[in-house]
Design a protein around this ligand. Sequence first.
Ligand code: NAP
Length: 361
Amino acid sequence: MSKIKVGVLGATGMVGQNYVRLLENHPWFEVSFVAASPSSAGKKYSEAVSGRWHMPVPVPDAVKGLVVEDASQVAKAVGKCAFVFSALEMDKQAVQNLECEYAAHDIAVVSNASAHRWTEDVPMLIPEINPDHLAAVETQRRNRGWQKGFIVVKPNCSLQSYLTPVYALMQAGYEVRRMILATMQAVSGAGYPGVASMDIVDNVIPFIGGEEEKSEKEPLKILGRIEGGKFVNDASLVISAHCNRVPVVDGHTACVSIEFGPKKPSKDEVLAVWRKFRAVPQELKLPLAPLQPIIYLDAANRPQPRKDRDNDKAMAVTIGRLRECPVFDLRFVGLSHNTVRGAAGGGILNAELLKAQGFLD
Ligand code: NAP
């Protein structure tokens, strides 16, 4: 089977570099097009990332020599790739326009940017939770007169540390009414060079612009449903989020307290749900899907970013410290790798789901 040719927009950035390394030797996809800002355009990829390549492996040979294009020149991508991963850090309106332009040129867009997360006909996907939201793709194409192009997005990186475990409990029949969460988010979440070292070393910053709003609202769309061709948010859940930047390189941690409806699970029942949980990516055996999406660790001092962020290809959510909560019902600590599961790996899993369901044919 010949591989599907893919492009990476924002290929020189923190998320873009993760796409380039994770796609090396991917069984279905190969990188054939890389694009970034005008300051990188015209350079070979290896030159464009020289001095700022942060991956633990060398720049893949197949991408080294590709010439970086200016992402705004959409016509350059036509004929070179079937779809693009978008990891652009630009003004929101500019990203919205550019992603629509790619889709209008018959190039599907799998985006990490927040620009289209609230666009009415764009699905915001976590493949273990809402693969059914892909039904919106046909509506989107109809609305906009696009033939092969479409846009799907993934949510903010912090959600991955807690939403799948909470969804697993909902799916098992437990109503989750309220959640209070405090995140401890890695510096790589701010891109490169990101937060200045003088600000973050020996410190915690109790504010990340826009992050609390995303953590509180994005789950409601993901847990919602499609009605009459439109997304209807889950109205049963209320979330209060405190988001903090901490001096960790990779791995977002979340401390979560949950209040259930009248049916309250015991700790053993929660653990049984988490250990048993499998979803569409596992059933379809998607290449980057974690075998076990939720890993529970019994040790009292886990999960920890350095020790647990890479579990199962850095695609699993690792949970620990499940215990009673004197204010709500139960509380736990969740961890996921922000630039893999929360960014490039999550985007690739979205694309694998799209391919498996025939959207990239
Ligand atoms: P980053 O390291 O700052 O990289 C930004 C990328 O955008 C670079 O490739 C840059 O190209 C390109 N770019 C900037 N201005 C541009 C322009 N005018 N035209 C075309 N390309 C331009 O950012 P990042 O952390 O990778 O984040 C990328 C996107 O993913 C953002 O939307 C972010 O919110 C989202 N995201 C990030 C994470 C994470 O954990 N880091 C997680 C989830 C989602 P040059 O190198 O040429 O400047």
